[in-house]
Design a protein around this ligand. Structure first.
Ligand code: PGA
Length: 249
């Protein structure tokens, strides 16, 4: 049995004060909930406030990106060492918004992923097709290619706590959700590719999250799919009540 992971991706929203306010409302709403693993990925500027707030609870705090070097002259970047020093446990890697707006490539995704795994962080590595690719019938090829490149030169042993998020780009922030069947199909493609790369045992344990307009209203049908091992939630994770409702789908 794969324990589901319900992850919030706050993107570029909330200040440290708003972060504290969120957790004041969110933590009591999910107290004692241990069926699923819960992580809130905040902007870097909010990590310290988040970690302080969740101390002593089962809720984890994650980052949304990390550099592949442990230190150096890389203006504006954050390293795994820095995240670990704060108490960060998870990190999103290769989100489609980073690929689309910040020149993230399959190669940089691979470098970030290796660094995160090396540091013992739990990386949530995002893959997903854009609308034109889906309409052209190339979704499976795109997913396979993204996986092959992201996982390049990573052994099953090193990939230990890897998590993958399937996020069809056409479903992100659009209100359009992939049907549970579409999502499950894509997850199977990813799992088969993971089996090719890391072996069957690893693939059977690999958690694959779905992301793209997950809301309290659709969380339970999505999570009912055997192939779906959790959710990566953007917009609906900004409100404590709504994210708590998703956690407790
Ligand atoms: P959304 O974002 O839930 O707002 O669609 C998901 C994501 O980008 O991770």
């Amino acid at each position: 049995m794969r324990k589901k992971l319900i992850a919030a991706n706050w993107k570029m929203y909330k200040t440290p004060d708003q972060t504290r306010e969120f957790f004041r409302e969110f933590l009591p709403a999910v107290s004692g909930h241990d069926r699923d693993e819960i992580v809130v990925c905040t902007p870097d500027i909010d990590l310290a406030a988040g970690i302080e707030a969740v101390k002593g609870t089962q809720v984890a705090v994650g980052a949304q990106n990390v550099h592949w070097k442990t230190e150096g002259a890389f203006t504006g970047e954050t390293s795994t060492t820095m995240l670990l020093a704060l108490g960060v446990t998870h990190v999103i890697i290769g989100h489609s918004e980073r690929r689309q707006y910040f020149c993230e490539t399959d190669d940089t995704v691979n470098m970030r992923l290796k660094a995160a795994l090396e540091a013992g962080l739990t990386p949530i590595c995002c893959v997903g097709e854009v609308l034109e690719e889906r309409e052209a019938g190339s979704t499976d090829d795109v997913l396979r290619r993204q996986c092959v490149r992201a996982f390049h030169a990573i052994s099953a042993k090193k990939a230990g706590n890897l998590v993958v998020a399937y996020e069809p780009v056409w479903a992100i922030g659009t209100g359009k959700t992939a049907t549970p069947e579409i999502a499950a199909e894509a997850h199977m493609v990813i799992r088969r590719e993971a089996a090719e790369i890391f072996g069957e045992d690893f693939a059977a344990k690999l958690r694959i999250l779905y992301g793209g307009s997950v809301k309290p209203e659709n969380a339970s049908v999505l999570m009912a799919q055997e192939e779906i091992d959790g959710a990566l939630v953007g917009g609906a994770s900004l409100d404590a009540k709504s994210f708590a409702a998703i956690v407790k789908y």
